[in-house]
Design a protein around this ligand. Structure first.
Ligand SMILES: C[S@@+](CC[C@H](N)C(=O)[O-])C[C@H]1O[C@@H](n2cnc3c(N)ncnc32)[C@H](O)[C@@H]1O
Length: 345
């Protein structure tokens, strides 16, 4: 019997098994689809949706789940994509990580997204270890005795640099000095607009100083960052590609040296990859957060002013005067230079 995919959504496996015999097993598409469809890239999903009505409906429900939460159910609240008829993009595809990861030299592994609610462990990426329950920090910042905690709390309030407790402390994630380690807990949405593409917007009022999110992505060496930027610049000229490579420089106390942190959220990242540029500096500040016990700092966004519900969250990508050939800026602020800042790494 030839493979049959019909009204009743049954198909016969046409592949032969190890013995060269055709297995006699009947597979119901709607049962198998949840194990396959979430792994497909958007182009594959739309190709498969053209093959039959059942797969069309299943692919449509994968798309609906993907558009309903860019974070794959791995943050406290869903962060949906909103496209009010700007174009026909229901969502943007990328691999989700809640925090920074080491770079992948090849393409990262596929990550399931769609159809069933994912747990953090399903994401297939290395996630930061959680601390044992019950452990309590004894530092002053946590309101207890100052004895015993090796965290550098006393060095807090450095401008642009924040110290938090970490794996070197005995406190848990509830410690008040770990605000950037508990994931995203404010309502946000990713809104499509003409000119800028996707952008991150507030889904609620956000008070000045509140933690928004980490800039999560692949940590790159400077050599790798420069190589990737060259590739992205070429792709950008086709107008079909947006990249999300952020370079942050940390000036070390000596004043003579600075450390570069290159984070590429183009393929693997979190919702910070959707934050657009604003020539007036925007409403977010970029803060380097050092956790006690961690070698590298993380780049985090905090609200630099009160942000109203539905307002776009933005920050300044840099100085546009350095980039006379840059692409058009659509930030819409009164001080807009009309040109996007340099993306030279
Ligand atoms: C980190 S991504 C931000 C998310 C992006 N809008 C998207 O749709 O994925 C950076 C890219 O967004 C676009 N972008 C960001 N700010 C912009 C602005 N003010 N005007 C025009 N395009 C902007 C540029 O294409 C830039 O390379």
């Amino acid at each position: 019997m030839s493979p049959f995919i019909g009204k009743k959504t049954w198909c016969r496996k046409s592949m032969t098994n190890n013995n060269g015999k055709k297995p006699n097993r009947i597979v119901q598409l709607s049962d198998a689809a949840p194990y396959v469809l979430p792994y497909l890239y958007p182009a594959e999903l739309s190709a498969i949706s053209l093959t039959c009505k059942t797969l069309h409906l299943l692919a449509k429900s994968v798309t609906a789940v993907r558009s309903s939460d860019a974070c794959r159910n791995s943050e406290k609240l869903p962060i949906p994509f909103v496209n009010s008829a700007v174009d026909n993009h229901p969502y943007a595809y990328f691999i989700y990580t809640p925090t920074q990861v080491l770079s992948f030299s090849d393409d990262p592994p596929r990550q399931p997204w769609g159809l069933y609610p994912l747990q953090r462990r399903d994401l297939g990426l290395i996630l930061p270890p959680t601390l044992e329950d019950g452990a309590r920090c004894e530092c002053e910042r946590c309101g207890n005795d100052s004895a015993g905690c090796p965290c550098p709390c006393s060095r807090q309030n450095f401008s642009g640099l924040r110290w938090e407790c970490g794996s070197g402390c005995i406190c848990d994630l509830e410690c008040s000095n770990r605000v950037s380690q508990r994931g995203i807990s404010i309502r946000l949405k990713i809104v499509r607009s003409p000119g800028k593409g996707w952008g991150l917007h507030a889904g609620q009022f956000i008070r000045s100083g509140e933690f928004i999110c980490e800039y999560a992505g692949e940590l790159l060496t400077t050599k790798e960052a420069r190589k990737r930027q060259e590739i992205y610049d070429k792709l950008k000229s086709t107008n079909k590609h947006t990249s999300a490579l952020l370079v942050v420089r940390e000036h070390l106390p000596s004043g003579n040296t600075c450390m570069r942190i290159n984070i590429d959220a183009t393929k693997i990242g979190n919702i910070a990859r959707f934050i657009n540029h604003s020539c007036d500096g925007g409403n977010l500040s970029t803060v380097l957060v050092r956790n006690s016990g961690a070698l590298l700092p993380r780049v985090c966004f905090f609200a630099s002013k009160d942000i109203l519900k539905d307002q776009e969250l933005t920050f300044s990508y840099g100085d546009s005067g350095l980039n006379p050939n840059g692409s058009k800026c659509f930030c819409g602020t009164s001080c807009c230079t009309g040109i996007m800042p340099s993306e030279h790494t």
